[in-house]
Design a protein around this ligand. Structure first.
Ligand code: FEO
Length: 404
């Protein structure tokens, strides 16, 4: 795609990755973009680069606006591979450019490239850079979501370059939120925001709240947020800021995600009466089978719901491997403000349900225990007990939900 002018003489010069479906293990059914931006001013400035595979595309887009050798400054907001691995290609074309980066970014960049010949200017929160008609303000955002991360604000344009923050994995022929909503839907855009937050930013909710407060304290007026992935927020950037605050506060639906796997369908048979019990308590419920659902889709469903029931057969006295993998992955995301329970079938010794509750304990999540188990194949009595368990769990979820 050609460069797109996002504001007067400010251009998107990134690349659309229509075909990526596995983004370092995270499922991206909508593809993604690697966004970077070119500001035509007295000192021509590039904000961020793109993934190596798309180097030629960004160079072509830049060249469509200006000869790359005229670039004076390159701001690197984040050094993860999808944003920085074409930097050496750009530096070959703009050898005189000065790189603006955080100290942690500078150190990290040295692991990717020989930076000894590059001019680097280390910046920290509050530092500014005048490029002519415009002034940049740098805001460090450590652990949002890497230690090096920062955002760059252009006061005259009320424009925030937010790197991964407020991004979404969406490949599209349009660049802006209003355009995307017009050709898809608000739901589709919101779902992509939630998916991205759940799988990438969930551990950093409190840092996100703190950074948004800092932006408010600094009195930054924002009328456009330009992230490094997906759609640019120009119609209502306040909406995505509020969505982030809500998610950081643990906002969820009054619903339950039943996330399970099964060997000989016994654990699966338990899900139907449990779901019925939850439904009869007036609480929504979704069933997610791990062997047929990608991990990142399961994580998103977990994050949408206030309650989660984990179902696992016992295998060799432990959790079924797919369920163990899900819980390990979830623990890394440091979830909060969710209530958990577990169920499962077993043949002789059992162990999966107990291990699931141990995992909930490690995550510090509230749990409704001790869960429910069925021997070999659920009997009519077991199914009744599952129904009651579902109802009781739904009551707990409703009670718990009132806290938020
Ligand atoms: Fe899109 Fe943290 O990289």
């Amino acid at each position: 795609m050609k460069a797109v002018e996002i504001k007067d003489s400010i251009y998107w010069v990134g690349a659309v990755d229509w075909n990526v479906r596995d983004f370092h293990g995270y499922e991206t059914p909508r593809g993604t973009t690697y966004n970077n931006y070119l500001l035509m001013d007295d000192d021509i400035t590039l904000v961020d680069t793109v993934k190596y595979d798309f180097s030629e595309e960004t160079v072509k887009n830049i060249s469509g606006v200006v000869e790359p050798s005229r670039i004076k400054n390159i701001v690197i907001n984040h050094i993860e591979n999808d944003h920085v691995t074409s930097l050496d290609r750009i530096m070959k074309l703009s050898p005189g450019a000065v790189i603006y980066i955080t100290e942690k970014g500078r150190k990290g960049l040295g692991r990717f490239f020989d930076i000894s010949k590059w001019k680097m200017n280390v910046v920290k929160t509050g530092d500014t850079l005048s490029i002519g008609k415009r002034t940049f303000l740098f805001i460090e955002t450590p652990m949002l979501h890497w230690p090096d991360s920062m955002m760059t604000y252009v006061r005259e344009e009320k424009l925030l370059f937010s790197q991964d923050g407020f991004g979404q994995h969406i490949a599209s022929s349009v660049r802006f939120d209003d355009e995307y909503i017009a050709c898809k839907s608000t739901y589709e855009l919101d779902d992509a925001v939630l998916d991205y937050y759940a799988n990438i930013l969930m551990p950093f909710g409190q840092i996100i709240k703190g950074k948004i407060s800092e932006i408010q304290r600094l009195g930054l007026d924002i009328d456009m947020i330009a992230p490094d992935h997906g759609i640019i927020w120009r119609n209502d950037p306040g909406r995505v800021l509020q969505k982030y605050l809500d998610m950081a506060d643990g906002k969820a639906d009054l619903s339950v995600a039943i996330i399970y796997d099964t060997m000989w369908r016994s654990t699966e048979m338990m899900t139907a009466p449990i779901l019925q019990g939850i439904k009869d308590e007036g609480v929504g419920c979704r069933l997610i089978k791990l062997r047929t659902t990608h991990m990142s889709a399961a994580i998103k469903e977990f994050w949408k719901s206030r309650g989660c029931l984990v179902g696992s057969p016992t295998l060799n006295n432990l959790l079924f491997p797919t369920v163990a993998e899900f819980l390990t992955h979830l623990r890394g995301l440091r979830p909060k403000n969710r209530i958990m329970g577990a169920f499962g079938s077993y043949g002789w010794g059992g162990g999966a349900v107990k291990e699931a509750y141990e995992e909930f304990g490690k995550m510090g999540l509230e749990a409704f225990g001790p869960g429910i188990q069925a021997l070999y194949k659920p009997s009519a009595d077991d199914e009744k007990a599952c129904y009651d368990f579902g109802r009781e769990f739904a009551k707990k979820v409703k009670e718990f939900h009132k806290k938020f």
